[in-house]
Design a protein around this ligand. Structure first.
Ligand SMILES: CC(C)(COP(=O)(O)OP(=O)(O)OC[C@H]1O[C@@H](n2cnc3c(N)ncnc32)[C@H](O)[C@@H]1OP(=O)(O)O)[C@@H](O)C(=O)NCCC(=O)NCCS
Length: 161
C-alpha cells in the first residue's frame, strides 16, 4: 500500500525525445489503438527513415505513450499523426509534444504547418486551436463511411515564422 502510494506520488512525467526508426513497432501499436485505420510497422519505419520526416515520442517507464509525426517540404510541414495512450490523455501530454515539435520545426526553417482533422474530434480540435492553428479550409463529408454522410475534415494552419 505505502509502496503504491509512493509510486503514485513520485510518478515521473513522461520524457519527450525524437523518435527513431527502431520506435516504428511501438508507434504502429499506439496508432493502431488510436485510429480506425492502422499504419503498419513497415509504414512507420519508412516514414521514420525519411529525412524530411520529424517525429517525437513520449516515454514513461520505457513504454511509448505518445507521439507526433510530420513531414517537411521546403518551408512547409504537414502534421501526419498525433496520439497519446488512453490512460494518459487529458493531462497535457499532446500539448507538450506539439509545442516541442513546433519549436523543432521552426528551428529547421519551417514557416507554415498544416494538418487535417475530423471536425468531430473535440480533443484534437481543442489541442490545435489552443496551439494557434486556424481553419483555412474544409472538406465536407470527408469522413463519410457506408451510408452515413460523415464529418468534414478541417484544414488548419499555423504560421511559425
Ligand atoms: C487528440 C489527443 C492526441 C489529445 O491528447 P491529450 O494528451 O489527451 O491532449 P491534452 O491533454 O494535451 O489536451 C489537449 C486539449 O484537448 C482537450 N481534451 C483532452 N481530452 C479531451 C476529451 N476527451 N474531450 C474534449 N476535450 C479533450 C484538453 O482539455 C485540451 O484542451 P484545453 O487546453 O482547451 O483544455 C488524444 O485524445 C488522442 O490520442 N486521440 C486519438 C488519436 C487522435 O484523434 N489524434 C488526433 C488526430 S488529428
Amino acid at each position: 500500500m505505502i509502496a503504491t502510494l509512493i509510486r503514485l506520488f513520485t510518478r515521473a512525467e513522461p520524457s519527450l525525445s525524437e523518435a527513431r526508426s527502431h520506435d516504428a513497432p511501438a508507434l504502429a501499436a499506439l496508432h493502431d489503438v488510436s485510429f480506425r485505420r492502422g499504419w503498419s510497422d513497415g509504414e512507420f519505419e519508412q516514414l521514420l527513415l525519411d529525412r524530411n520526416v520529424l517525429a517525437h515520442r513520449a516515454m514513461a517507464s520505457r513504454r511509448l505513450v505518445g507521439f507526433i509525426i510530420s513531414r517537411k517540404a521546403d518551408t512547409e510541414a504537414e502534421i501526419l499523426s498525433v496520439a497519446v495512450a488512453k490512460s494518459l490523455r487529458g493531462r497535457g501530454l499532446a500539448r507538450n509534444l506539439l509545442n516541442l515539435h513546433l519549436r523543432r520545426l521552426a528551428a529547421l526553417g519551417v514557416a507554415w504547418v498544416f494538418l487535417e482533422v475530423d471536425e468531430d474530434n473535440e480533443a484534437a480540435c481543442r489541442l490545435y486551436r489552443r496551439a494557434g492553428f486556424r481553419e483555412v479550409g474544409r472538406r465536407e463529408g470527408y469522413y463519410a463511411s457506408g451510408g452515413s454522410s460523415g464529418a468534414a475534415a478541417l484544414i488548419l494552419r499555423r504560421d511559425l515564422a
